[in-house]
Write a protein that binds this ligand. Sequence first.
Ligand code: SF4
Ligand code: SF4
Length: 362
Amino acid sequence: MSDDLPLPPISADIQRLAAEAGFDLAGVAGVADTPEHAFFPRWLAEGYGGEMKYLEGRDDAGELKRASLASAAPWARSVVVCALNYNTARPYSTHAGNSTQGWISRYAWGKRDYHNVVLEKMRVLEAHLLALCEQQQMAAPRTWCYVDTGPVIERIFAKYAGIGWIGKNTCVLNERLGSWLFLGVMLTSLELAPGLPPADRCGSCTRCLDTCPTNAFTAPYQLDATKCISYLTIEKRGAIPQELRAGVGRQVFGCDICQDVCPWNREAPLASAPEFAARPQLVNPDLEWLARMGVDEFRQAFRGSPVKRARYNGLRRNVVLAMGNSGDERFGGILHELSRDEDEVVAEHARWALERLKSREA
Ligand code: SF4
Ligand code: SF4
């Protein structure tokens, strides 16, 4: 936008309103399609989205909703993107506990599901925005807030709103806060002044690409989600492909490795939102505790937690895999028990884990 033109009303207020709602960062993106949007249908066509069928939602004309806002929300004129830091004090997954412990992704350590926490703050922002419009005697704009559930690719709009660049590990990276960021989005019919995408500061670094244990990156900035441990341990139902099991290591829910090795996260400040304070049991969780958990204890332990998304038997499948990858022969007994589990997927993974323990002994 030219310096000579006045900013559309409200534009200068967005960051203040977002900060008052509790966000660490906020910005505005335009609604035009971007090169990243053009890449999305090709990425899907390659099969890199795996079983995440919700990514393939189409409008009445058969167009992919996530490939263009013109299809998903033709009334929208601006996209407000907010970010909330969820960084916790160590540890890093790259130094994860001992052989009896697994790894749950950092974003799931808190007491509450981040979707709810971020959406609540987005609703506060929305209410403040509408109040300001009323104060300025503007017509009430249309707004639509969501966190991960809407037909937009949040990362792309975060980039164009100036929140951060999209790193080679495909995460949004902010120079000051790193990549431990939850994103919330509000589409609005208000015309607001868009920000500028920040420069890509990855430079010649390739740490994330080099460290990924399942080689999930097909190229810098390109992820084959079907090989990513986050997908395998959370989204994938049924058996985890044999060739990827060893690479999953002791990750039982998600994976933080390509963010833990990123130099931009090394000095990232800690989150101030109390909802994201880690529950100690979930940091390097005890594998036997997870494996012996009954369904009621699972529901209780993970009430309101994103871990529920893996489902009870999905988490147990991941846990027996982690036991096999631990190299710790003390897990032989429980794996024998679980190799006869009534859930055939858990039982088959337990048999695989026993074989893996044996092969590491040899
Ligand atoms: S989250 Fe883990 S498995 Fe997925 S790309 Fe990053 S390092 Fe690889
Ligand atoms: S590890 Fe290096 S290449 Fe990967 S996202 Fe971070 S800075 Fe970029």
